[in-house]
Design a protein around this ligand. Structure first.
Ligand code: ARG
Length: 268
């Protein structure tokens, strides 16, 4: 009898611990809670053209328009909070914001800490160098100094490959490090590389230009991030995203921002 009692007690303690653990981890709002609040509070780093960038004071871009459509369907207001990229994911997992929107790549390690919607496109890491650089491919990067944005998959990729990485909270500073000659190359997601390099190269002589190497180094699905606990919300948003993919709305947004579109279904 005594044995049985202590066994039951031990089992109860395990249950209490498991419950405490899982409920502590659940910081995200449910679908009902967001509807009740009447707004979706979204953390974003608007230095990522064409996905989110500043037009004067206003945050615009492909992801802003996707989330506007999602919020319209949910019947809530979209509220954007601006910050550096390395604050977006920690802020979401801590429950400070309902959602993260920042050209966020879904990775296995991030999935351990948060929820993601289904991806809506695929991107890749690209190498940017100065015209005339000796670096012509990924192989040439070994032993070189590269710049990347802090907390990104670009930084992770470069560290994983053993490059000497200079990380910057702002994408424009990572670009500037290359222009100043502080690094040999800048690693950044391909579509943002294309937009930023196009802007920089405008009106410059060929010898002054930045060049994007054609080698795509990764395959990265982009999605919106939520804290654990937001399962019902994510489920509802996935239905909306599927509709926007199926009716061509998302492909149309890439066309509007003059960016080539790769559908998530093209993943190998
Ligand atoms: N896709 C990359 C990642 O998830 C880079 C995202 C950077 N986003 C930004 N808004 N600066 O790590």
């Amino acid at each position: 009898m005594k044995k049985l009692l202590s066994f039951a007690l031990a089992a109860l303690m395990v249950l209490v611990c498991v419950f405490a653990f899982t409920s502590c981890g659940k910081k995200g709002k449910t679908l009902d809670e967001v509807k009740k609040a009447g707004e979706l509070v979204v953390a974003t780093s608007p230095d990522f053209e064409p996905f989110e960038f500043l037009d004067g004071e206003t945050v615009v871009g492909i992801e802003v328009e996707i989330l506007e459509k999602i919020c319209e369907k949910l019947g809530v207001k979209l509220t954007l909070k601006q910050m550096d990229f390395d604050s977006v994911l920690p802020g979401v997992t801590a429950g400070k914001f309902d959602c993260g929107m920042s050209g966020i790549t879904v990775t296995e390690s991030r999935q351990k800490n948060m929820l993601f919607t289904d991806p809506y496109c695929l991107a890749a890491q690209a190498i940017v160098v100065k015209a005339g650089s000796a670096i012509q491919s990924k192989a040439d990067l070994s032993g070189k100094k590269v710049s990347a944005q802090s907390g990104t998959t670009a930084e992770e990729f470069c560290m994983g490959n053993g490059y000497e990485v200079l990380a910057f909270t702002a994408n424009s500073d990572a670009e500037q490090a290359l222009l100043n000659g502080n690094v040999d190359a800048w690693v950044i997601d391909d579509l943002t590389a294309a937009a930023m390099v196009k802007e920089y190269n405008e009106g410059k002589a060929d010898s002054e230009k930045l060049v994007i190497l054609s080698e795509a180094m990764t395959t990265e699905p982009y999605a919106f991030a939520f804290a654990f606990g937001s399962e019902t919300l994510v489920e509802e948003i996935n239905k909306i995203v599927k509709g926007l993919l199926d009716d061509g709305t998302i492909a149309g947004l890439f066309a509007k921002y003059e960016a080539p579109y790769t559908a998530p279904s093209s993943a190998k």
